[in-house]
Design a binder for this molecule. Sequence first.
Ligand code: MAN
Length: 352
Amino acid sequence: MRIFRSPANPIIVPGDVKPSRDDYEVVGVFNPAVARLEDEVVLLLRVAERPVATRPNVTVVPIYEHSHARIIEKEFFRDDPQNDFSDPRFVIRAGQKYLSSISHLRLARSKNGIDFEIDKTAAIQPAGIYEAFGVEDARITRIDDEYYVHYVAVCSSGVTTMLASTIDFTSFHRLGVIFCPDNKDVLIFPQRIAGRFYALHRPVSAEFTKRYEIWISESPDLRCWGNHRILCAPRADSWDAVKIGGGAPPFKTEYGWLEVYHGVDVDNRYCLGALLLDPDEPWKILARSDTPIFVPQADYEVAGFVQNVVFTCGLLCEKGRLKIYYGAADTCICYAEIELHDVIESLSLQGC
Ligand code: MAN
């Protein structure tokens, strides 16, 4: 696969983003949603922050407390054996998982798609009980004249997906939880199919199988989702053996709906691959990547907060090219282009 990584990569790094408080530092800016708004490219960046460390033996976890509409800080002593710090993304204690940083969504705008002007304050910040541990990994779907932002919300009850709408990215109308815990990687299709809205999503059974599969559901109004069906599952001995989840919202091509998704292998490497879905019956897979279309290889993809990660939440398909905005190593934002034709050619027909 021919990948054209921008020579300007990474195009946004943590140092480019002003923390939301003077006593906080930005530890990651990654996994952006993307949309075209008139002559500009807009991104909704995931900005992960934490209090600047002042005591080496303590990890401080920021949590949004809805009842007082403020951020509180919970301390975990590093030498306390009851605290598990083995995954840098989390602190686990007594069966309760906390995130080691809190994320909000920040707007960035660009005329050329590479040089971005980043807002100084959040576009969407944690609010309400479902967002206590932060808001993450937004996706944007334009339907008619409205942009729908669907993003992950994390709290002690689990991981949900929220919906908000906007016409200008200045004000956002929050529409609440659309998928219950645990469910993330929700992607709304950009147009109705036979009068219904469709979304891909990734529910996880915490109790039983813990399988990470992509499902497809439909809705009359974008708020109530039903007719849930499994679309596809991880494949043993493959680049997507352990987990899969939707990446960028699907977009229509002359061959069907193209979905660029992420797959995780046994070494916890996050790659991108594609699914081609039937144009009229999107619950049918026409073709799928047997090998990934995008593998972490560049320095900024293999090393960072979480190594070996390329993770997209949005792309623009323009003039036959996929313009992919992606998070690299959960640390920074990068840009790459791939020919649509190359992706389609690389897919293997599925027996359905
Ligand atoms: C999960 C999510 C993403 C993150 C990847 C890689 O899928 O937390 O936000 O980019 O893991 O760490």
